[in-house]
Design a protein around this ligand. Structure first.
Ligand code: MSP
Length: 583
């Protein structure tokens, strides 16, 4: 069984309305932008073991995408049925329902700690889901797309999937005995022969191909789209969608046939419809579905799920975002290797936002990424503590800004104009300073574009590049050497501080989806009110552009130090992260 998050998002302007009230016309396929609905989901997570950093990564990607749209209310949940869970409960000597409640609680707790915002957390053992799955089954049956047959083949319980001969290989087990394993996951497979219901998946090969060819961006990153197209060039056999009840009791029974249990993946995939209100109210949301999934479950989401949806007369999801996996010091995470990384321990060590930042900055969806402690420490220290935190601390220090206000910008020191290379004409600003202004001006669009293309790591890379450029600006003008008593120098000193704070304001707003608590502290320190933190407030350096600046002359906010939800360490965000420091 699994747990998953679903994020139902209304456009920002509808936030005050009840979440599922159909305030808007049903979404139009292909339409985009802030005026349309979005149902963003994580996978639902298996509850056979506690959460690890890979699970967290899936959830964080969804959370950051969701926050970036400036919306509230995504969803998640746990996948709680199937042989895998039945066996895990038996091995633990506990009832499946107890195991599910316990581990589902761990996932829910993790997402709260990790500040993953969700509107719904579904458990596949809930009655609303059972009803949705049974209705879905009835719809498949009503359309003549199920038949009973004898299924014979390999079953991989850890992956909960059937495999063809070509998908398995032989490897020695722990005792050196030859055993059959899945080529893809390396998990052991067993031969099964039983009477099952089969879904006429083969009838959907052509419709699936057409759907993909007509929607080139439906699966991103692009290499995964190509993988799915290649799968569709191969034979697409019908899919077994039930198991004999005497082998699998822990699951939803097939309606009208008490000898069979619905296949856990059909059960699990329908969760996305359950949270959308299926079978009664899903039309307000469907097909505005955007699924974040790991590469190991791509086939289920890009082939089985769209085919099942088409089979019941519904549209496939609008978008499938695929990510790769985290390894640990070059090895796959596994219980047997004892290298499973506990995200809660990482929060204690690096803070919640520090670890969120690491995963989203280092995680590249196209390829597997490697986790090791030194890498987190190095990244968090250099980019957050030194570059960002250092910049903030330097420009708000009482020694440099004794009045503690958002300083004034002076046009005569930093003139707008095309002839800025000419020092006379530009006041005291240098060519590199104009380059900084141009970079920060461009940044919001760049960041949005990267988010929309599921390249959050690139969005962060571009923010960091600007942070470094701002540090260069500050360093170049050595404001600590300027004398406040000299009116000309004071003018320039305030301008340098103003530009730096403006840069920090933009970075704070842009970083909210990734490091929400830290961005809040940063923006509060700059006295930016909560209602001034939207992406529509990203106009950089208005005074330079000849417009009024609402922040100029405003008293800076207090040094909040302790961040709610984080360990009690004053301004720990802007301190360097050392392993022992936070223990
Ligand atoms: N229950 C199914 C999903 C059903 S969705 C209708 C499942 N659960 S899972 O718990 O095994 O995995 C949940 C998510 O975690 C998947 O997206 C999977 O790719 C991701 N990860 C599991 N291990 C991972 C890493 N080592 N690294 C990154 N993500 C990983 O599959």
């Amino acid at each position: 069984m699994a747990a998953g998050l679903t994020m139902l998002s209304l456009p920002a302007r509808c936030l005050l309305g009840p979440l599922r009230q159909p305030l808007l016309a049903p979404p139009r396929r292909g339409s985009s932008g802030p005026g349309r609905r979005w149902l963003l989901s994580t996978p639902i997570f298996y509850v056979n073991g506690p959460p690890h950093i890979g699970h967290l990564y899936s959830a964080l990607l969804a959370d950051a995408l969701h926050r970036h749209r400036g919306l509230l209310g995504p969803g998640s949940g746990t996948d709680e049925h199937g042989l895998k869970i039945q066996q895990a409960a038996a091995a633990a000597g506990t009832a499946p329902s107890e195991l599910c409640s316990h581990v589902s609680g761990l996932f829910r707790d993790l997402f709260f700690r990790a500040a993953v915002s969700f509107t719904d957390f579904i458990r596949t053992t809930e009655p609303r889901h059972r009803r949705a799955v049974q209705c879905f089954w009835a719809a498949l049956q009503g359309r003549g797309l199920l038949y009973k047959d004898f299924y014979e083949g390999w079953y991989c319980t850890p992956d909960e999937c059937f495999l063809t001969q070509a998908q398995i290989t032989e490897r020695p087990d722990a005792q050196g005995r030859p055993c059959k394993v899945s080529l893809e996951s390396g998990h052991q497979v067993h031969w099964t022969k039983e009477e099952n219901y089969m879904f006429k998946l083969s009838e959907f090969q052509e419709p699936l191909r057409k759907w993909l060819q007509g929607n080139r961006h439906v699966i991103s990153p692009e290499p995964f789209y190509q993988v799915v197209l290649r799968w569709l060039e191969e034979d697409l056999p019908d899919l077994s969608v039930s198991r004999e009840r005497n082998r699998l009791q822990w699951g939803i029974p097939v309606p009208g046939d008490s000898t069979q249990t619905i296949y856990v993946w059909v059960d699990a995939l329908v969760n996305y419809l359950t949270v959308a209100g299926y079978p009664d109210a899903h039309h307000a949301w469907w097909p505005a579905a955007h699924h974040v999934v790991g590469k190991d479950i791509l086939k289920f989401h890009a082939i089985y799920w769209p085919a099942l949806l088409m089979a019941v007369g519904l549209d496939p999801p609008e978008q499938i975002y695929v990510h790769s996996h985290w390894t640990v010091r070059g090895q796959k995470m596994s219980k047997s290797l004892g290298n499973v990384v506990d995200p809660v321990a990482c929060f204690k060590q690096y803070t919640v936002d520090g670890f969120r930042y690491f995963l989203l900055r280092q995680g590249v969806p196209e390829r597997d990424c490697d986790y090791y402690e030194e890498k987190v420490i190095k990244l968090v220290n250099s980019e957050l503590a030194d570059a960002l935190g250092g910049l903030l601390n330097r420009c708000i220090a009482p020694s440099i800004n004794p009045s503690g206000i958002y300083p004034h910008f002076s046009e005569s020191c930093f003139r707008k104009g095309s002839d800025h290379i000419d020092v006379e004409a530009s006041g005291r600003a240098l060519a590199e300073d104009y380059e900084l202004v141009a970079s920060v001006d461009r940044l919001p669009l760049q960041v949005t574009d990267y988010f929309e293309h599921f390249q959050i790591y690139k969005a962060l890379e571009s923010v960091v590049a600007c942070v470094r450029q701002t540090n260069g600006f500050f360093q170049r003008h050595t404001p600590w050497k300027l004398c406040r008593d000299n009116p000309a120098e004071k003018c320039w000193l305030d301008t340098v501080l103003h530009v730096t704070l403006e840069c920090l304001r933009i970075y704070g707003i842009l970083l909210q989806p990734v490091i929400p608590a830290t961005a809040d502290k940063l923006l509060s320190r700059l006295s930016i009110k909560p209602e001034e933190r939207a992406f529509t407030d990203l106009t950089f350096l208005p005074r330079y552009h000849g417009k009024p600046c609402p922040f100029e002359g405003r008293k800076l906010g207090p040094d909040m130090g302790f961040a709610p939800g984080l360990a009690s360490c004053t301004m720990q965000w802007f301190k360097k992260v050392h392993k022992l420091e936070f223990e």
